[in-house]
Design a protein around this ligand. Structure first.
Ligand SMILES: Cc1cc2nc3c(=O)[nH]c(=O)nc-3n(C[C@H](O)[C@H](O)[C@H](O)COP(=O)(O)O)c2cc1C
Length: 396
């Protein structure tokens, strides 16, 4: 496999086929990932980002096969999170004086993780670094997705090194976007966007507009995870602009948990009620205890409205719903409608609690929701059906 991207740029990262969870237990990575690092050889040699900490020795030893480490003139740290800067310590042990280019916030993050006072050179948007025939242009991308994040653009080769932006947790021996399964790629790029970047939609839009206004030709986008956007790189920029701009499909998603299936039967009947008045709308149901939470977030992202359901347990809601609601809150969804449902035995707090939580998460509450006592009987199910029909009319 040739990891040479152009005459001057070589991929020197790590493909992690085994990764199944990322950010602790917060993000599932069913297709693995990669920690992309790039080596530029111009008159100066430049390393862009490194690799994740568990692979630090492997990374440095592979890098040595590409270049004598002493010949690296500059290191660029686009983002200091440990999946990109994890191998820095191992590398800097060998070349401790090599300048590290990063944002001012980057210095704070690098020091916060590595507790070392290396030779930092701080850069701002518009600063450039001559590397011989070409130059590097730095573009700060604060909060995409950390305060330290920046992009680096290389003239001549017209490459945008975008770090986490436009990335996907997607392991592949094929370096490029046109060499992989397009449906898988689209889903992994979307899942990444929803679960990492959705809270920063407004910043994404502004940043892309700012980059487009620079009128820099972009032949390739080289992210720090997943494949390189080489074939029509504009496609992922256009996709990001759509996702960042109140993206919605004609979908209603029901997310619920249940102990004895009462709330599940409510969910299924509400769904039938929805379909009875709107056959065009896509309706999807997910048991939160049995479904990957990051996939649920993707479905919520696509939805114009959601229904959240839980039976009452100890005056509260079921724990899988609590976890999902916490995630929904953090991701900052906007312009979506919602209501709650659930079965109960005596005090029945769950629907009120869910409604309050989902309102706090920024959803427009359609109505007070629906409760069913114990396992719903035929009359209760009829009410659920009618409730679903009315809900569909209200969110149409
Ligand atoms: C451990 C436990 C605690 C419960 N606590 C409450 C409660 O505080 N208030 C209430 O109204 N019902 C309570 N219930 C009753 C359930 O809400 C009721 O059985 C409901 O129909 C279950 O719906 P499900 O089948 O969707 O789980 C509790 C049930 C269990 C098993």
């Amino acid at each position: 496999m040739d990891y040479k991207i152009t005459d001057k740029v070589t991929w020197v990262g790590k493909i992690d086929w085994e990764l199944r969870m990322f950010h602790g237990n917060e993000l599932s990575t069913k297709k693995g990932s990669s920690y992309n690092s790039y080596l530029i050889r111009d008159q100066k040699n430049v390393l862009i980002d490194t690799s994740w900490l568990p692979y630090d020795k492997e990374y440095v030893s592979n890098l040595k096969k590409e270049i004598d480490l002493k010949d690296i003139d500059y290191i660029i740290v686009n983002h200091a999170e440990i999946d990109h800067s994890g191998a820095l310590k191992e590398l800097m042990r060998e070349i401790p004086d090599t300048p590290i280019y990063c944002t001012a916030n980057g210095v704070k993050s690098i020091k916060g993780h590595h507790h070392e006072d290396w030779n930092f050179v701080t850069v701002k948007t518009g600063d450039t670094l001559d590397i011989g025939e070409n130059k590097l242009i730095f573009i700060e991308a604060r909060m995409l997705h950390w305060p330290d994040t920046m992009f680096t653009y290389m003239t001549g080769e017209n490459i945008l090194f975008s770090n986490d932006g436009f990335g996907q947790h997607y392991a592949s021996e094929n370096l490029y976007n046109d060499a992989v399964d397009q449906e898988e790629l689209y889903y992994e790029a979307l899942k990444y966007y929803v679960n990492i970047l959705n809270p920063f939609n407004a910043i994404v839009k502004k940043k892309i507009e700012e980059i487009l206004a620079l009128n820099l030709p972009v032949d390739m986008i080289c992210p720090s995870h997943g494949v390189i956007w080489k074939d029509n790189p504009a496609q992922i920029i256009e996709q990001y602009m759509k996702w960042a701009d109140n993206y919605v499909e004609n979908q209603i998603t029901l997310v619920y948990d249940t102990m004895w299936n009462g709330t599940r039967r409510m969910a299924e009947t509400i769904a039938k009620g929805i379909k009875s008045v709107d056959d065009d709308v896509t309706v999807k149901l997910f048991n939160a205890a049995k479904t990957d939470k990051n996939d649920i977030m993707v479905e919520i992202f696509k939805s114009k409205a959601i229904l959240v359901g839980s039976s009452t347990i100890n005056k509260g809601i079921l724990v899988s719903m609590a976890a999902n609601i916490e995630m929904i809150k953090g991701l900052g969804f906007k312009n979506k409608k919602a209501a709650a449902f659930g079965s109960y035995g005596w005090s029945g707090e769950s629907v009120k609690l869910l409604t309050k939580e989902i309102e706090e998460a920024g959803f427009e509450i359609v109505d007070e929701g629906i409760r069913a006592l114990w396992n719903p009987d035929e009359d209760a199910l009829k009410e659920c059906y009618e409730y679903g029909a009315n809900f569909a009319k209200k969110v149409k």
